[in-house]
Design a binder for this molecule. Structure first.
Ligand code: DON
Length: 601
């Protein structure tokens, strides 16, 4: 089917606003209260052509500020970041304080027992990235999760329990980030987290539900311990105070001794003892040897934007650039938001990107990742040659895994911009919600289950249904491949957007859509976060979508071309983003799908 036949004639009228107006277009009056939002970038207008379609998860509005903006998964952590900025701290000070605060108030994903990535762009435009991803312990082996016949051993050992953990990187990352860019003192940026742990904080409804949900695993992996249990033995409820004394002491050791407060001394001894107790591999030597790594950012152009993003060990940065470049030749702005042709080219881009990920990506300190070639436009054109508007491309018939139950899976992203325009984009994780579910005895924090992000057996899907090969095989001291995509965009060389999300394998596609919604469809930052999303990852060969992301007509058009669609009962993405408007003010946008909160001043 030629392109024209799927494009409705109305799309051809510039500024005719089926779903959108191009950036810069003037518009007439809104048709509904939801339909017109002043973006500062343009105006996005949704005409209710299909009254069954509710394309936004909520009508939450963005937060405005001129002097600083933070957005994170938890109101307490955002408050910490805002206070640090108001106290004269810069974006890195606020981000470090928020990482530690999240370790206290958001134990499902905020962490000191996990790892993450930071993308930083200073006010002059200089950018750097910090890889504080976990590493396989020194005693890890390629077959550690396989039996003698080469089959994956029962029990989900890469996902729960002591053997699932990589060597944590978060504390090293924060120390190195602060040493290089921080302005306030180290004890100052640690203090809010210490206070939250020792004095406690009131649980949100969601915090309480999360802890109640993992009670059985807490008992299973931490026998005889009462971590994260209500002191009276009852279920947690909204408003209960969670006090974490052991975690407070661990944070104080980090506060007074810096890196050695975690990777040496008492904390390291406690981690190693915990590992020994449960048959884990991490040793005191593994901890002492851990270093975060400064890496050259990916900095690639898309139209008049620059995408500054995470290189490997994340697959996210390369993926995001590939995705944008695949859609670059298509008039998706004219076609309209999530209309059939728009969705089709985005899905086909996603299919190709995830196939590359599985084949080529891994820890660049261990395997040669052909980054430049993968983002090369000629390469992408060749990969696109099999695209056909009339029919879905076939993903290879490898057995894909089932997609995750997203609600139980957590990572967390936060974004910070300070008064001067220094910007930080951090995604950090334990991998699954509450990681391995092992709490380090005496130290009070969850360990990650990041080993599952390795390809534990070639072709066997991980918990996100992602398939990998040799490039992401386990090796001692190697970092496992990630999908986390903390990203900063420039527009015409100036700071424009800070963006990122959790979501396992869906991270890149959620970031992709959030960027495209703003720069192609003219949404505000918050509208783009609110907008419903979809996802394809090559294998399994299906497109999952949030209820309302597609009209009935779009669904039928896609199904008619051979696409398998699956409507989710849960959601995609938990974005925390900041946009710089043309007048220099900031729009903070936090995801209405959870407790995410933006604060600015
Ligand atoms: O690094 C990764 O790609 C995964 N460990 C991220 C996990 C995640 O986002 C879970 N949250 N929904």
């Amino acid at each position: 089917m030629p392109i024209r036949s799927v494009v409705r004639p109305t799309y051809l009228v510039l500024c005719s606003a089926i779903f959108l107006l191009p950036v810069g277009c003037k518009t007439s009056q809104p048709t509904t209260s939801q339909s017109r939002v002043q973006t500062g970038q343009g105006v996005y207008q949704y005409k209710e052509e299909d009254p069954t379609l509710k394309p936004f998860y909520s009508d939450r509005q963005g937060v405005t500020g001129r002097n600083g903006m933070v957005a994170s998964a938890h109101p307490e952590a955002s408050q910490v970041g805002l206070n640090i900025l108001k106290a004269g701290g810069n974006a890195v000070d606020a981000a470090v304080a928020m990482q530690f605060a999240l370790a206290v108030v958001y134990p499902g994903a905020g962490n000191i027992g996990g790892g993450g990535f930071m993308v930083y762009r200073d006010k002059s435009g200089k950018a750097s990235t910090l890889d504080y991803r976990e590493k396989a312990p020194g005693k890890a082996t390629p077959n550690m999760y396989l039996d003698s016949a080469g089959n994956v051993r029962a029990g989900g050992l890469s996902m729960s329990g002591h053997l699932a953990s990589g060597v944590p990187g978060s504390v090293a990352g924060m120390v190195q980030a602060h040493q290089k860019f921080g302005k306030l003192t180290w004890p100052q940026v640690l203090q809010p987290a210490v206070d939250l742990a020792e004095k406690g904080f009131a649980l949100t409804e969601r915090d309480a539900t999360g802890l109640n949900r993992i009670k059985d695993d807490l008992l299973k992996y931490n026998p005889g311990k009462t971590y994260f249990m209500h002191p009276e033995g009852r279920a947690w409820a909204k408003g209960d105070l969670l006090v974490q004394t052991d975690l407070g002491s661990t944070l104080r050791r980090i506060q007074t001794q810096g890196r050695d407060g975690f990777y040496g001394g008492e904390t390291a001894r406690l981690v190693a003892a915990e590992m020994q107790r449960g048959g884990g591999l991490i040793s005191e030597a593994d901890l002492a040897n851990y270093q975060a790594i400064w890496r050259e950012p990916i900095r690639e152009g898309y139209k008049n934007f620059n995408v500054i993003t995470m290189p490997p060990t994340s697959s996210g940065g390369i993926a995001l650039v590939q995705l944008l470049r695949y859609i670059e030749p298509f008039p998706i702005r004219r076609w309209g938001w999530n209309r059939d042709s728009t969705a089709q080219v985005m899905i086909e881009a996603e299919r190709r990107v995830y196939a590359d990920r599985a084949k080529f990506l891994g820890d660049p300190d261990f395997v040669k990742v052909p980054s430049a070639q993968l983002m090369d436009r000629t390469y992408l054109q060749n990969q696109w040659a099999t695209f056909n508007f009339s029919k879905a491309t076939d993903s290879k018939t490898i057995h894909g895994g089932s997609l995750p139950g997203y609600e139980s899976l957590e990572t967390t992203h936060f974004s910070v911009v300070d008064r001067d325009g220094n910007a930080v984009s951090i995604t950090t994780t334990l991998n699954g919600g509450y990681g391995s579910r092992v709490v380090v005895g005496g130290a009070g924090f969850f360990m990650n289950n990041e080993m599952d992000d390795f390809s534990i057996k070639p072709g066997t899907p991980n918990m996100y249904g992602l398939i990998g090969n040799q490039a992401n095989a386990i090796a001692p001291n190697k970092r496992m491949l990630s999908s986390m995509t903390p990203t900063i965009l420039e527009r015409d060389g100036k700071l424009f957007m800070v963006v990122g999300t959790p979501g396992g394998s869906t991270i890149m596609t959620s970031v992709f859509q959030t960027v495209v919604n703003v720069i192609e469809h003219g949404m505000t930052m918050q509208q783009s976060v609110n907008a419903l999303k979809f996802h394809h990852q090559w294998l399994p060969d299906k497109t999952i979508f949030e209820n309302g992301a597609f009209t009935e007509a779009t669904k039928q058009a896609l199904i008619g071309r051979g696409y398998v669609l699956e409507q989710l009962t849960n959601t995609l993405g938990r974005m925390d983003c900041v946009l710089v408007r043309p007048d220099g003010s900031y729009e903070g946008a936090s995801d209405p799908r959870a407790d995410n909160t933006a604060m600015g001043f």
